[in-house]
Write a protein that binds this ligand. Structure first.
Ligand SMILES: [Zn+2]
Ligand SMILES: [Zn+2]
Length: 255
């Protein structure tokens, strides 16, 4: 069994066929999906989805660095309420994205800090997005870690300086379909170096469909391709990678 630890099923890409997407996911032995909601509308839809598929679709709520400039304290308040009602298993995604810089860097940093503080206040794991921002990500992680930070670097891109320091801090590392991309040798090298105990898998769908589906819409069923590539790179069986990464995710999200 597999767990897709990062999906965006409230995106318009799934509007027409979500039940089929979920069905294919079940057929592919995916036993749970962590859905990432990043605004009010997505959150409302995500909560409905969790009711439609109890125990199967789980929720995380956060503010993407792209949207950091839209922060309001209402987001923190809502997060506290969701945590209290046991409606979320994690905060995120949160972090820094200097590739697009859709929000000013200073605002991204500020929101990242707030959400890291909140995740520790609420004792929930943090799902961290870091793109072309390794140095500042590390600085903020070190400064905000109150000793009980629980986090995952999602969609890991292969920068092992970031990876190693994250591992030293006790964080998990999560891989998407990028691990299957022809040119992603650095990502596969990272898979080789990171112990299986610290690895989780995700699709980040609808983005980043694995190589065999490249250019198509991604979906949770394809997380199996991520596991298969990790198995190949590490010389493990697919069953072993499935069992280990699922145990890691259950432990991480306290499922
Ligand atoms: Zn992300
Ligand atoms: Zn995402």
């Amino acid at each position: 069994m597999f767990i897709d630890t990062h999906a965006h099923l409230t995106f318009p890409e799934y509007k027409a066929d979500l039940p089929e997407v979920i069905e294919r996911s079940k057929q592919a032995n995916v036993e749970a999906i962590v859905n990432i909601a990043l605004d009010d509308e997505a959150l409302a839809a995500s909560l409905r989805m969790a009711e439609d598929y109890p125990g199967y679709v789980l929720n995380a709520y956060g503010l993407h660095p792209h949207d950091a400039s839209t922060w309001t304290d209402g987001i923190a308040q809502r997060t506290r309420e969701l945590a209290k009602a046991n409606k979320i298993v994690a905060l995120g995604e949160m972090g820094l994205d200097y590739h697009y810089k859709l929000s000013p860097i200073e605002e991204q940093k500020e929101v990242f800090r707030k959400l890291l503080q909140l995740s520790q206040e609420l004792d929930l794991p943090a799902i961290i997005h870091s793109r072309e921002a390794s140095k500042d990500t590390l600085t903020i992680l070190h400064e905000e870690n109150q000793g009980k930070l629980k986090g995952v670097l999602h969609c890991f891109g292969g920068d092992m300086e970031l990876g190693q320091q994250a591992l030293d801090m006790g964080l998990m590392i999560s891989f998407t379909g990028t691990v299957t991309f022809k040119k992603a040798e650095a990502v596969r090298q990272a898979v080789q170096q990171i112990p299986i105990e610290r690895i989780m898998i995700e699709t980040d769908c609808p983005f980043l469909a694995p190589q065999v589906y490249r250019g198509k819409r991604n979906e949770p069923a394809y997380v199996v391709e991520v596991a298969a590539k990790i198995a190949e790179v590490k010389g493990l069986s697919l069953e072993d990678v499935a069992a280990r990464t699922t145990a890691n995710a259950r432990n991480f999200f306290e499922l």
